[in-house]
Design a protein around this ligand. Structure first.
Ligand code: PMP
Length: 411
């Protein structure tokens, strides 16, 4: 395993973070973090837990009250038939849940169908478990959804898991009920496990969020994965959960949980209890504000960089995954129109071969605008760039003004 880890790549997001540190007053649209703060219900519960000395070891699978509240939430909000809080395992955020599931489900060489483009830790966690990620394209022309015949054609005798992510990072695409019904039929016919990553369940602007685990019989073979990060603005606190019906898989996952964490931070779990027991209006308030920011950002991009970027506002999540005009080049139109900015330094090798890396480096170095190259999310993401519009309005406006300076004047 030790030498094998050398072959597992880091996400390009690490390289971008390093580049951003070299920029004064950056616009951090590269980070998938919300600008909101956790609600008072969370902060008060954590403060109380500290005052009450809740600083000791806990049950590995999570505080019983939190597991009960999560099971009730899964039943009431997600319509998943979780009839026992024992199914729920509390994790160190969604990324840890995904790690546990890949370890618990995969044998070396097992194939996992993942969307392309997709949040890089999906492939990374499959690789960590010595599985093989198999990309299935999402199409912009289909609202960033699959061609499901194509998905089916990728299944081989080695395919063990179908990982889906709706709403999607980075595309914002949302799978509709018909997509999920067909995916459910495929999973049943081909005897696949489904990992359903619903990190953005509460960020849907158009349509509805449906959990595939709520479809008849699907909870038997689906492990839904959630996080408090986005719904309650708790990204740094690290709290998530999975619900596993199958006792053998659950026992394996519990071992991974125990050996990697023993238990999730006590104070944070009490924060999670506060989140679920407290008023839920922050969820709606965040969504309304994100909707407004989505529209603000797309209006600005159309106005100031409409020649360079194109794309429809996403149905969910909080990313603008924009297509770069293929005729753009960092030494061409963009650079010539830069008002007062230094000419871009010669691009490193990767940006010579990748339009999305060339654009990312150009925007960071010349516009102070953080973003992530589409190719970092998979080969099918090449030619696109991802901006996070969950940053506050001032930061978004600043980034748009910077785009105006870079692209606004046509020559
Ligand atoms: N799934 C997806 C698709 C995500 O984008 C993220 C966060 N960026 C997560 C899961 C996990 O989030 P966390 O580890 O913060 O809970």
């Amino acid at each position: 395993m030790a030498a094998y880890l050398d072959t597992v790549p880091f996400s390009g997001i690490i390289r971008i973070r390093d580049m951003m540190y070299a920029v004064a007053d950056p616009f951090r649209l590269d980070q998938g973090d919300v600008s909101f703060d956790a609600p008072d219900s969370v902060k008060t519960a954590m403060a109380r837990a500290i005052a009450e000395n809740k600083s000791h070891y806990l049950q590995t699978t999570g505080v019983p009250r939190l597991r009960e509240l999560v099971a009730a939430k899964l039943r009431d909000r997600n319509r998943i038939p979780v009839d026992d809080p024992e199914h729920v395992l509390i994790t160190n955020g969604g990324i840890h849940g995904l790690y546990m599931l890949c370890q618990a489900l995969l044998e070396p060489g097992d194939e996992v169908l993942i969307p392309d483009p997709e949040w890089p830790p999906a492939a990374g966690n499959v690789l960590l478990a010595k599985g093989v990620p198999v990309g299935v394209p999402l199409y912009e022309t289909r609202g960033w959804r699959y061609d499901l015949d194509e998905l089916e054609s990728k299944i081989t005798p080695k395919t063990r898991v179908l990982y889906i992510n709706s709403p999607s990072n980075p595309t914002g695409g949302v799978l509709d009920r018909t997509d999920l019904q067909r995916l459910a039929a495929i999973a049943r016919e081909r005897d696949l496990w489904v990992i359903s990553d619903e990190a953005y369940e509460d960020v849907v602007f158009d349509g509805e969020h449906v959990s595939i685990a709520s479809l008849p019989g699907m909870y038997d073979r689906t492990i839904p994965l959630y996080t408090f990060s986005k719904s309650y603005a708790m990204t740094g606190l690290r709290l998530g959960y999975v619900s596993i019906k199958d006792p053998a898989i659950r026992d394996r996952a519990k071992k991974v949980l125990f050996y990697t964490a023993s238990n999730i931070a006590s104070v944070v779990q009490f924060g999670g209890i506060g989140a679920l027991e407290g008023p839920q209006d922050c969820i709606e308030a965040f969504r309304t504000e994100l909707h407004a920011r989505r529209d603000l950002f797309y209006r600005g991009v159309r106005e100031f960089a409409g020649d360079v970027f194109s794309g429809q506002p996403p149905a969910g999540a909080f990313y603008a995954f924009l297509r770069i005009d293929p005729s753009w080049s960092s030494g061409g139109r963009g650079a010539a129109s830069t008002a007062g900015a230094a000419r871009p330094s010669p691009p490193p090798p990767s940006s010579r071969s990748s339009l999305s890396w060339a654009m990312t480096e150009y925007l960071i170095k010349n516009g102070r605008i953080g973003c992530v190259p589409g190719v970092d999310f998979g080969a099918h993401g090449e030619g696109y760039v991802r901006f996070c519009f969950a940053r506050d309005r001032n930061e978004l406006t600043g980034a748009l003004q910077s785009m105006k300076a870079l692209f606004g004047v046509t020559v």
